[in-house]
Design a protein around this ligand. Structure first.
Ligand code: MG
Ligand code: ZN
Length: 220
């Protein structure tokens, strides 16, 4: 479990331990069906939904894909995903600002995720508390876009610490912004030395091939 640097856990310990128990059940469900589950986390507007649309387009011929979309309101992202050809279910968290393992369990009762598929969970755009909530995913993928500050890993260390892969998205905009790729990588490695990086422009397709290979290379 991720702890804050000063040793405090700012959320009720009972909530988190109950969440961890449910996350383990989800993990068992995924393992039993050889489903690869990925939890995509980021600030709002980093391009997660566009990444998923492009990912579905390039993988769907080889692999069944399912998506759980988390947002406070609207079904807009789930509608976009379904247009790109993958079944999607929208979870609206209302005033809540993260997905938890129980919400995933309820979604799995409504959407039959078939054996051998990939399940992408697009978390609520928020770099803070989604870091604390294990959903039972195999890997956590943090997306940062180059329109954000390259000090984000230092400001939101728990998210970068708990992630396995960092996608640096919107690289097509690099010539127009003061975002230093080397700086963000160095900052993130201070927090998490084993974090992997992938440069991507979901718009131009840069990095998409490497990303799809990374997903398809995960043991299921
Ligand atoms: Mg989205
Ligand atoms: Zn929250």
């Amino acid at each position: 479990m991720v702890k804050w640097r000063n040793g405090e856990i700012p959320l009720n310990i009972d909530i988190l331990s109950e969440n961890n128990r449910l996350a383990e059940r989800n993990r068992g469900y995924f393992e039993g069906r050889q489903v690869v589950c990925l939890n995509l986390v980021s600030s709002p507007g980093s391009g997660k939904t566009t990444i998923l649309e492009k990912t579905i387009a390039s993988m769907i011929a080889r692999r069944k894909i399912f998506v759980i979309e988390g947002d406070q309101q609207t079904a807009r992202d789930a509608e976009r995903i379904e247009k790109s050809g993958a079944p999607a279910i929208q979870i609206n968290t209302g005033s809540g600002c993260h997905l938890d393992a129980n919400m995933i369990q309820l979604a799995l009762k409504k959407m039959e995720v078939t054996a051998g598929s990939v399940l992408f969970i697009e978390n609520v755009g928020n770099l803070v508390c989604p870091a604390m909530f294990d959903l039972g995913e195999e890997k956590r993928v943090v997306v940062i876009s180059v329109t954000e500050g390259d000090d984000k890993p230092l400001k939101y260390p728990y998210m970068f610490q708990s992630s396995h892969l960092c996608i640096i998205n919107k690289t097509d905009l690099l010539p127009y912004v003061d975002f230093n790729v080397e700086t963000v990588m160095a900052n993130a490695r201070q927090i998490n030395p084993t974090l992997e990086f992938l440069l991507m422009s979901a718009k131009t397709g840069e990095g998409m091939k490497q990303w799809v290979e990374w997903v398809e290379g995960l043991k299921d």
